[in-house]
Design a protein around this ligand. Structure first.
Ligand code: HEM
Length: 240
């Protein structure tokens, strides 16, 4: 099943998994940021509500399309044992089960959000909205998945992309908390606190975690793969 890039000796699926994962994270970040700052409040005469609304919807759908490609290529890449089961059911796989499982949790939440958004006319607004809030949980979970599972976490580009995405979401949270203050102070305080705690966690966890030594082993890569040197990631001195 493995599609090989003759020139580089790498698996095309593996390259695609990495690139589509990065693009999916970027698009999801913009979709979430647009949602956080609240598409309705952001509308101006120059950017009427329907334009902002459709931007939010289309960016979200594009994120789901790239996510589909990301998942498909990771299953097709025969190097790591990832099954369709692992895609939807978290923490049951044999390849970095916890970190890959976070990807599955994020996907399940996003599927619930996407499906209910398509059926919005058929359900009550408050039910739809409550489910839509799951997006706010899916984003940090997806970021943790990328950092814990990705081969490129030590590469400046992926680390830079992850930090940039975090800053975009933090800025959006800040804008949302400030505009309309002091309404719903508790909720705004909780959002600010949650964003701060998550950022602090990343700061403390990354150096001893994915950026530290032996992360492939500690993150749950099967030992047979750790010993394997045929995968392009290990040929390049990266983790398998
Ligand atoms: C919202 C959901 C998800 C997002 C935003 C996301 C994003 C990412 C990102 C940014 C990376 C790092 C890529 C790199 O190192 O260059 C990654 C890695 C990976 N993801 Fe996901 N992912 C999601 C869900 C999933 C799911 C459900 C699966 C299940 C099959 C999956 C499989 C993988 C694999 C196997 C890798 C490691 C690729 C490598 O060797 O570098 N992802 N993901």
């Amino acid at each position: 099943m493995s599609l090989t890039l003759a020139a580089s000796g790498g698996s095309a699926y593996w390259y695609l998994t990495r690139s589509t994962g990065a693009v999916a994270l970027l698009l999801l970040t913009f979709a979430v940021a647009l949602g956080v700052i609240d598409v309705r409040r952001w509308a101006t005469p120059r950017w009427p509500r329907f334009v902002v609304d459709s931007l939010h919807r289309n960016v979200s759908l594009l994120a789901m399309a790239f996510l589909g490609l990301h998942i498909l290529t990771s299953v097709l890449d025969s190097f790591a044992p990832i099954s369709l089961f692992d895609v939807f059911i978290p923490f049951v796989g044999s390849y970095r089960p916890f970190w890959l499982g976070l990807g599955a949790v994020s996907l399940d939440l996003l599927l619930a959000v996407t499906i209910t958004s398509m059926l919005r006319q058929r359900m009550g607004y408050s039910t739809w909205r409550a489910i839509h809030w799951l997006t706010y949980a899916s984003w940090p979970i997806a970021l943790l998945h990328g950092l814990g599972t990705g081969s490129d976490v030590k590469a400046t580009w992926l680390l830079g992309l992850s930090v940039a995405c975090l800053l975009v979401v933090l800025a959006a949270v800040l804008v949302r908390v400030i505009s309309g203050w002091p309404e719903n102070q508790r909720l705004r305080g909780a959002a600010l606190g949650g964003a701060g705690v998550f950022s602090l966690f990343l700061l403390l966890w990354l150096p001893g975690g994915p950026l530290g030594s032996e992360w492939p082993r500690r993150s749950g890569t099967p030992s047979a793969l750790l010993a394997h040197s045929a995968h392009p990631s290990s040929q390049k001195g990266k983790k398998p």
